[in-house]
Design a protein around this ligand. Structure first.
Ligand SMILES: Cc1ncc(COP(=O)(O)O)c(C=O)c1O
Length: 465
């Protein structure tokens, strides 16, 4: 089947990203635009339109207005997802040779920025929930311990990155973490790819965006957590710690020279949807609907895990001895497509569209899966990753990645240095990065991970020759 046919067909229940649900909840003005003569909107940086880095024009005005509405100093729209803007942020924050403190559940894009920016990732461990195999949030005390340990590396630390909320929708007390980082006079970049909707501040009981607690840089993926088109994203900046000129230089380094006006218009409209009354009302109602779905599932004994994002439903498959990856395939066969299949869970993203009748259908499919899979109520336990509280690659990331390499089987890789990143996607969290040493413990753990993610982790690893 050709790609065009694939894109135009199939009306399954979309519980995956982008969050606009195949157009169902795109902002109204964008839907109108897309209904005009096909292609009329496909424009580059024309004079009146401008671009994210051009001081004059509609995009400059729009970025100014979005920043003002949200209450920060500046923002830049992006057309290469949160990936592109996280990478530009890192290049703006740290110079070649400097280190950046980042959690082990960092998205791979940040490690890639370290590769091409000549930065040292100082990776710190995060709490691990062994009943489901997820990284979890940490508190200020944990971060203080990280800082104490990081000092021993005697690196020139330029900045700290936080990931909040996580892909599954767990959220930390971000205010106290930002305070701790600022007490070390360091800037903080928050990867809020999954939390754009938090700028809406629609309910007191929901987490708040790091923007409201003085984070220096915050990146939102507007297709993951707002109703934007795929690839749309925004970088917000505030305060004096990061020079906007450095940010713009870094965006210029990575951005296409022909950013799509359609994607930039989608950035504008999805942000507006989050801050204007009509969009906020819609979001409140979607969240209430999603909460009703969760309540219904729980009351029908579907094993859901708690998180802080009502629009993300985590099915705890390993509670019944089932892999989320296998359960995902069964849901797909029955017409429900989830977002994040992992060994212990399957996360569904309800996004911004309505899902009438989902609860009953979900319960029926889950019960069929249970019946047909020899499921047993046995809580699997996942091995905690063998990470030290803080670690630094044995060799620089960039030179390791660029080295001559050979492919060896995982079991024969003990004592070798990795020339690649091992990273199931999604969620895109690296289990091994270039320059790290494969000691026995890591190899055992990676082999175990391979058995849990058979299609995503190879039996081979590329190591420095
Ligand atoms: C935590 C996190 N940050 C960043 C990204 C990258 O987002 P995008 O797809 O918009 O480039 C992802 C994507 O999965 C992610 O999970």
């Amino acid at each position: 089947m050709g790609l065009i046919n694939l894109l135009s067909g199939n009306r399954s229940e979309n519980l995956f990203l982008p969050a606009h649900g195949r157009g169902d909840s795109l902002p109204e003005n964008l839907r109108k635009l897309l209904k005009l003569r096909p292609g009329i909107w496909d424009l580059p940086e024309l004079f009146e339109i401008g671009g994210p880095l051009i001081a004059e024009g509609a995009i400059a005005e729009s970025q100014k207005s979005s920043a003002y509405e949200v209450g920060v100093d500046r923002c830049w729209y992006g057309v290469n997802g949160a990936t592109g803007l996280l990478q530009s942020s890192l290049l703006a924050l740290a110079k070649p040779g400097q280190a950046v403190l980042m959690p082990r559940n960092i998205h791979k894009s940040c490690i890639q920025a370290c590769l091409f920016g000549g930065l040292t990732p100082l990776l710190f461990d995060v709490p691990f929930l062994s009943d489901r195999g997820h990284s979890f949030t940490f508190d200020r005390k944990w971060l203080q311990r990280v800082f104490n340990k990081a000092k021993e590396f005697e690196e020139d630390i330029a900045a700290v990155v936080l990931v909040n909320p996580t892909y599954q929708g767990y959220s930390a007390d971000i205010e106290s973490l930002i305070k701790e980082i600022h007490s070390h006079s360091l800037p903080v970049l928050v990867d809020e790819a999954h939390g754009a909707y938090l700028i809406s501040r629609i309910r007191e009981d929901l987490p708040k965006s790091a923007l409201f607690f003085g984070a220096d840089l915050v990146v939102h993926s507007l297709h993951k957590s707002a109703p934007g088109l795929v690839q749309s994203a925004v970088l917000w900046s505030q305060g004096e710690m990061v020079d906007p000129f450095r940010i713009e230089r870094s965006i210029e380094l990575l951005q296409t020279s022909s950013p799509s006006a359609l994607l930039l218009a989608s950035c504008e409209s999805s942000i507006k949807e989050l801050i204007e009354t009509k969009g906020k009302k819609k979001l409140i109602s979607r969240i209430e609907q999603a909460e009703d779905v969760s309540k219904f599932l729980l009351s029908n004994e579907v094993p859901l895990l708690k998180n802080s994002d009502p629009l993300r439903i985590i099915l705890h498959t390993s509670k019944f001895g089932l892999s989320g990856i296998e359960v995902d395939k069964k849901f797909i066969k029955k017409g429900i497509i989830g977002e994040l299949a992992e060994p212990g869970t399957l996360t569904f993203c309800l996004g911004f569209s309505s899902h009438k009748g989902l609860g009953k259908r979900f319960v029926r499919i889950w019960n069929e899966i249970l019946k047909s899979s020899f499921a047993h109520q046995k809580l699997c336990s996942f091995t905690r990753p063998p990470f030290s509280i803080v670690s630094k690659p044995f060799m620089p990331c960039a030179s390791s990645w660029g080295s001559t390499f050979e492919k060896v089987s995982l079991k024969d890789s003990i004592g070798r240095i990795s020339a690649e990143m091992v990273c199931p996607y999604p969620p895109g969290i690296p289990l091994l990065i270039p320059g790290e040493i494969l000691d026995e413990e890591r190899v055992d753990w990676l082999r175990e991970q391979r058995s849990l993610w058979p299609d995503q982790i190879s039996d081979f690893v590329r190591v420095i020759f």
